[in-house]
Design a protein. Structure first.
Length: 187
């Protein structure tokens, strides 16, 4: 599903986009999420060591753990760097949006240019469209639906179930909905 290009981004939204984290639940921060992924991977690796899993499985879990550690560090460092850029705008590629208030908002284009120039980090604008309508998202989504009406169950192996109101549960996974940083290309 394509999303519309946001006119502006908070620092946290910009970093989430740059590390491919497309959902942050209400009440959590970006760093809460990346820290939780890191902690989960560390615990899974430690438990596998205790249970004396085969070396090849331990190696796979260690790679995952290291990737989660790196992603958490990347998020933290990008947030620090963007805050620095906002506080020192003289030679920065970052442009504050006209809708900034006490919380700085950055233009999408400047984040795109800055990330590529400073870090070689890019994201494809192909995943964005200038206009998203309810019909293009999913034909059976009710526009009057509220989050209070949604029930989500999370199962092992990154599977989930969800329903709206009294409807039957639909099955999906974090990978299918593009959450947890999984992309369809990494399957």
């Amino acid at each position: 599903m394509k999303k519309s290009i946001p006119p502006s981004l908070t620092i946290e939204e910009a970093v989430a986009l740059l590390i491919n984290l497309d959902y942050i639940p209400t009440g959590f921060s970006l760093l809460d999420m990346t820290s939780a992924f890191q902690e989960e991977a560390e615990v899974e690796y430690e438990n596998a060591q205790i249970k004396r899993f085969p070396e090849t499985h331990l190696e796979s879990l260690k790679f995952r753990m290291n990737a989660c550690i790196a992603r958490n560090a990347l998020a933290l460092n990008l947030m620090h760097q963007l805050r620095y850029e906002v506080q020192n705008p003289k030679n920065s590629l970052i442009v504050l949006s006209g809708d900034s208030t006490s919380q700085p908002r950055l233009t999408f284009e400047s984040v795109f240019d800055w990330a590529g120039d400073k870090f070689g980090i890019g994201f494809s604008k192909v995943f964005f469209t200038s206009q998203v309508t309810n019909e293009s998202i999913e034909p059976n989504i009710k526009s009057e639906a509220q989050w209070e009406d949604v029930t989500i169950k999370i199962y092992k192996d990154y599977n989930l179930g969800y329903k709206l109101g009294n409807e039957k549960y639909k099955k999906s996974s974090f990978r299918e909905i593009g959450s947890y940083g999984y992309s369809q290309e990494c399957s």
